[in-house]
Each structure stands twice: as C-alpha cells, then as structure tokens.
Write a protein that binds this ligand. Structure first.
Ligand code: NAD
Length: 260
C-alpha cells in the first residue's frame, strides 16, 4: 500500500452490518474516511467498533430495494456531512438454486436486491457526488457475473450488475464519477453459510487452493475508491485466486495427473 494513497472523505457502504461490507467499512474508517453504513439490519455494532477505535462512522437503515429510502439516506448524508465521494454497492443475497428449482419470488427478490438496488443507489448518489467534485462507485458483482453459474437468479443479477457498472461508467464520466465492478471468488462469510461440501468441491477449481480473505477483497475495493485508480473506470477487477482464468484446466490437470 502506497503511503500516498488517499480515500474519499465520505463513503457510503451498503450491506455494511456484516460480512465483507463490515470489513470494507472498518478498513476505510481506519484509513481516515467517514463511513456511512447502510443496511436493512442494524449496523450500530460496526459503527460502535469504528468509533471506539478512533474512527468516524454513521448507521443508516436502508433496504436497497426501496428507491425512496435511498433518497432519504442521501439526504441524511447531505445534511450531516455535506459531501459524498464514494459508494460501495455491496449488499447482496445468494440462494444456491438450480434453474428449475428457483421459485419466482426468489428470482424477483435476488434481482431486486443485487441489481435494482445498485441502480437506485447510483441514481440517488450521483447528484451529491457530482456536487462533491466527483467520486468513485464500486459495485460488488461476483465471478458468477463473469461465467455461466448454475444458479440463474444470482448469476443474472451479477451479470446485470457487471453491465450496469459499465453503462453508468459511460454516463457518469462527464461528472468525474468513476464506476467499476469487483468480482470476488469464494470468501468465508455468512453468504456461504452451511455450504461446506459446495465450498470444498469449488476449491478444487481454484488454482490458489483456498478461499479469499476479507483483506484481499477489501484491498481491491479500496484501490478502486482511492486516488491510485483515477484513470480506471468501466472495468472489472476479479479477485478469485485464478478461478475464472484458470479453474477449468487447473482441475483437469489435478484430476488426470498427466498432460498427454
Ligand atoms: P453477507 O451475507 O455476509 O452480508 C450481506 C449484507 O447485506 C448483510 O449485512 C445483510 O443484512 C445486507 N443486506 C441483505 N439484503 C439487504 C437489503 N435488501 N438492503 C440492505 N442490506 C441488505 O454477504 P457477503 O458474503 O459479505 O457478501 C457481500 C457481497 O459480496 C454480496 O453482494 C455478495 O453477492 C458478494 N459476493 C460474495 C461472495 C462470497 O463468497 N461471500 C463471493 C462473490 C460475491
């Protein structure tokens, strides 16, 4: 990490009450940003931790599927902080269901949280970010938004988010707002809860042979928020131990043990 790396003064992180979002929030606060943690669950424990450690953070109740609630949260930030330089659209859900097993309500909920939420969010924050002199938006997609993934709701929502990020990057460039997507591989959070056999089998396709750590994902997100990526927009940053690029032949060679 370069000592000259700086981050926006105020950053909004969705889904920051737990998992990777909480780690992004804690790390950003430790590096000097005020972090607005927005979650449908209570994020006051993470805020208290940050404040106890000498950082600055605020909790905002937000269901990302509610466009009006987004406007309310951005108004709160405008009133209390007067600026916004970063948004991490991190809130997301995953139900590991194959196509014919996916109920319509799960399809709709997954699309609403993982794809509609970031759309409402980017629309709500853009004016304040523009007034703040520009900013950086990081959308947390997944490797499931880069390859054919067995679960249609999750995969479609994350592919949608990949495309939405590129579309917004083009629209928002005129305002000095960058938009990029991060694509984590497997990371041990509640999102993977109970799927031990699935995770163990998946790791056989990961050249690094392990899950990613919270720090490894956070560093990618913070790079895209920082002044070290000022010419980077509309791009995909994959953080997966080589799964997307090399998982197939890694597994084939490991299973056959021979190349001829
Ligand atoms: P997590 O389940 O640990 O945390 C998700 C957070 O989002 C929770 O705090 C939850 O309350 C919040 N949330 C859920 N619905 C919400 C809503 N409607 N409005 C506001 N907040 C809501 O998950 P995680 O593993 O930390 O995942 C974070 C992001 O990373 C998600 O977008 C996920 O799809 C993505 N991701 C995770 C993995 C992984 O292996 N864990 C891999 C690739 C991508």
């Amino acid at each position: 990490m370069s000592e000259s790396m700086t981050y926006p003064g105020v950053v909004l992180v969705t889904g920051g009450a737990a998992g990777m979002g909480a780690h992004h929030a804690r790390t950003l606060a430790a590096r000097g940003s005020h972090v607005c943690i927005a979650d449908v669950s209570d994020s006051s424990a993470v805020v208290d931790d940050i404040v106890s450690a000498g950082g600055s953070a605020s909790a905002h109740l937000l269901d990302v599927t509610d466009a009006e609630a987004w406007v309310r949260v951005v108004d709160e930030i405008r009133t209390t902080r007067g600026e916004l330089g970063g948004l991490v659209n991190n809130a997301g859900i995953s139900r590991r269901l194959e196509f014919m097993d996916t109920p319509n309500d799960i399809w709709e909920l997954t699309m609403k949280i993982n794809l509609f939420g970031p759309f409402y969010g980017m629309k709500a924050v853009a004016p304040l970010m523009r007034e703040s002199g520009g900013g950086s938006i990081v959308n947390i997609s997944s490797i499931a938004g880069q390859i054919g993934y067995f679960s249609p709701a999750y995969s479609s929502s994350k592919w949608g988010l990949t495309g939405l990020s590129k579309s917004a990057a083009g629209n928002f460039a005129q305002w000095g707002i960058r938009v990029n997507s991060v694509h984590p591989g497997l990371v041990g959070t509640a999102l993977l809860g109970g799927a031990n056999d699935f995770v163990a089998a998946s790791l056989k396709s990961v050249p690094f042979g392990r899950m990613g750590t919270l720090d490894e994902i956070t560093e990618a997100v913070l790079f895209l928020l920082s002044n070290s990526s000022t010419y980077t927009t509309g791009t995909e940053l994959t953080v997966d131990g080589g799964l997307v690029s090399n998982g197939l032949y890694h597994r084939i060679i490991a299973e056959t043990g021979e190349l001829s």
